[in-house]
Design a protein. Sequence first.
Length: 318
Amino acid sequence: MSRGRIRKALSGFYYVDTGERTVTCRARGKFRQEGRSPLVGDWVEVKETGEGEGMVWEIEPRRSAFDRPAAANVDQLVVVSSAALPVTDPFLIDRVAAIAAARGCETLICVPACNISAASKAFKDLRISVGAENVYFEEKGAYTGEISPAMLVDAGVKYVIIGHSERREYFAETDETVNKKVLKAFEHEITPIVCCGETLTQREQGVTIDFVRQQIKIAFLNVTAQQAATAVIAYEPIWAIGTGKVATTEQAQEVCKAIRDCIAEIYDDATAAAIRIQYGGSVSASNAAELFAQADIDGGLVGGASLKPDFGKIVNYK
């Protein structure tokens, strides 16, 4: 029996990504006993049953410490994004191996494109996924220096960060280009981590919620509910990124709840419950537990703190 996440549901069948491949399954056992259907985004147990032509893949609800608390629908996710990560450094690999022992959340490390292969090799035997920090929205063409989604797929990438504030500020990325990248990522079955967040001026002028809602609405334009349910949204107040300043727990929860409410308005409550919403912005070992305990915060997007010796405390925050 293996573990996987439902990526798509169609006519009573469920497409489950196990990390190694995608299998088509049907629900059984406890799902029927509980009188409910699996949801896109659910983590499930996958089991091969029958023989010959009667062989099928079936799924049971996931029941382990990897599940989020009963009140929630998806796992916590800690994403590490840092261009300074020395992915071939034996010290880092040993430290990451210890972090991988965490049983409370899923861990993903996003690295620059030139380090994806090295990171994948270094972490292949650990419970850690490798993602990319950017992708372009065109399949091919004269776009020197850009990384196509097909390139990421070939490298084994399952996640990609899209719309980080630094990409928006220094590389003229807009809500519209973010949307194009999100659509292209889904087209290639790569999970987008969509970044959003306000400047200090926007916070002080009281327009944070309106601004972030606009970012989300445009980012998810023409994205289906099934796709949205598998996405990750990272709320990062720009004024808190790498500054040592951090939004209060109440501020972070307020905006993450507003994001979830916005997704519910665009789609429905089930999609809003399934999507993972993170907080990023000076997340540290000292504040991770309090932040991640909030009802609408499903983990963190961590940058500079990933280079500190106590980073493991963020992943093992419980």
